[in-house]
Design a protein around this ligand. Structure first.
Ligand SMILES: [Zn+2]
Length: 458
């Protein structure tokens, strides 16, 4: 086992993993199943034998009897809090230390910052899956890639040969700086959080700049309203792909040519914990929805088994018809912690409310915030050209702040009033307030939380 950490990116393991990923991409269900089993059994035994924390959690007999995904329920789930509360040594496998592994830190929209450590071997796999995401999304060697993100990244060796030149658009800088960096980079391939790319495109439009060089856009990390999405792709004239990924478990799903978000079944095993507490495998035999549990099949340094990522996900059958025999992710909803509470104290996932809002073509961005039970503030950024957009008159952009007994919500004269009426219909009895705002502030990790529970300001 090679446990040294290379100072620069190693290309050979990346290429080897890339070939493997490509071979498995359209593999038959039998072939995929065999590969998953092999990797999963190896991972579980490795974790039980070599990781202090897993030695406490899994009995040797359980690991010995483990045969495949169907045995996962015999193992405990792994909570994010474990990574926050425990010393890395308890979670690292024998032979790995904080010195010979690389940390991946997520600031966590759930509010729990955690660090996952990867070996050089894990990283070879990570980089390959990352690169494969790009290639599957239409990346070509001569593309100029713009990464819209907060943190800088490791340069890859191919850049020296003028291939896959990468540019960092630092999304923590001002919009003007981002637009300047973007125009200077002249990228043909854009990667990043949708709302960040949308902001840059909207600013280009506002300045009357038509940017025609982009070929592809790879979105990941959050959901964009259909209006904003159409505007970005319309302006750029680019094709769009999407990934569902996280710092901890890498790419979980990636869109195919048909736009279906396929689970990467050769690399992750996904289970869904349903609302009644039962856990079902996301194996494509039926549609299921619940909190996602991910087992990352390549996690040598810090095994991740039944990891509670915190997202609520719906997975449908494996029936896309594009040639891939993997289940399709139908919806990725917000962090499961973001549940609204009614006045009666009942909690519910509020994601369905976002659809009532994004159905309005005028809505370019949105955020639903709950400050107290039975209440929701809907913040919307309206697309240019729609009523109120850019007027900046906050007062006239507020609707529905408890106009009891009025008919205002019925026909609705402004779009904010109509949105308020639609939301109120979806959650009867709620105090609904809609505010037209100029922008919605992202969290520290650069993402926008569409559904957010916030403690009231004191
Ligand atoms: Zn497909």
């Amino acid at each position: 086992m090679n446990s040294a950490l290379a100072p620069v990116m190693r290309l050979v393991p990346v290429l080897r993993n890339l070939v493997r990923t490509h071979r498995l991409e359209r593999a038959s269900p039998e072939r995929l199943d065999a590969e998953r089993r092999r990797l999963l059994v190896r991972l579980v035994r490795h974790a039980q034998a070599d990781v202090p924390r897993y030695r406490e959690l899994i009995a040797p007999e359980t690991a010995a009897a483990f045969r495949g995904p169907e045995d996962l329920p015999s193992l405990p789930t792994l909570d994010r809090a474990e990574f926050h509360d425990r010393a890395p040594e308890e979670l690292l496998a024998a032979g790995f230390t904080t010195a010979n592994t690389k940390a991946g830190t997520t600031s966590g929209s759930s509010g729990i910052p955690i660090t996952i450590r990867n070996s050089e071997h894990d990283l070879g796999y990570l980089r390959a899956s990352y690169l494969y995401d790009m290639l599957a999304s239409g990346l070509r060697p001569w593309d100029r890639m713009a990464y819209f993100r907060v943190t800088p990244f490791l340069r890859h060796p191919l850049e020296r040969f003028g291939l896959l030149r990468t540019f960092h658009i630092d999304t923590s800088t001002t919009l003007d700086d981002q637009v300047e960096a973007f125009l200077a980079a002249r990228p043909t391939f854009l990667v990043g959080f949708p709302h960040v790319i949308a902001s840059v495109v909207e600013e280009l439009e506002r300045r009357g700049v038509r940017y025609g060089a982009a070929r592809r856009v790879l979105f990941g990390g959050e959901r964009l309203t259909p209006t904003a999405r159409a505007r970005v792709l319309g302006h750029l004239g680019a094709r769009c792909h999407e990934v569902y990924a996280s710092v901890e478990v890498f790419t979980i799903a990636r869109t195919c040519r048909r736009g279906a978000l396929h689970l990467r079944a050769a690399d992750v095993v996904v289970e869904l914990e349903q609302d009644d507490g039962s856990v079902v495998p996301a194996d494509g035999t039926r549609e299921a929805e619940g909190e996602i549990l991910v087992t990352r099949l390549h996690s040598e340094a810090m095994p991740l088994i039944r990891y509670r990522l915190g997202d609520r996900v719906a997975v449908g059958p494996a029936d896309c018809g594009c040639g891939r025999h993997t289940p399709v992710v139908l919806r990725v909803q917000g962090r499961s912690q973001d549940r609204f509470r009614g006045v009666d104290g009942r909690e519910f996932y509020a994601d369905f409310l976002t659809y009532a809002v994004q159905d309005f073509a005028e809505v370019s961005r949105m955020q639903l915030v709950q400050e107290r039970p039975g209440q929701v503030t809907v913040r919307v950024v309206l697309a240019a050209g729609s009523e109120l957009a850019g007027s900046g008159v906050a007062g006239s952009g507020v609707a529905g702040s408890g106009v009891a007994g009025s008919d205002a919500a019925e026909a609705g004269t402004t779009v904010t009033e109509r949105i308020a009426a639609a939301v109120r219909e979806a959650v009867p009895g709620f105090d609904v307030r809609v505010e037209a705002v100029r922008s919605i502030a992202p969290e520290a990790n650069g993402k926008i939380r569409i559904v957010k529970v916030e403690a009231p300001a004191r």
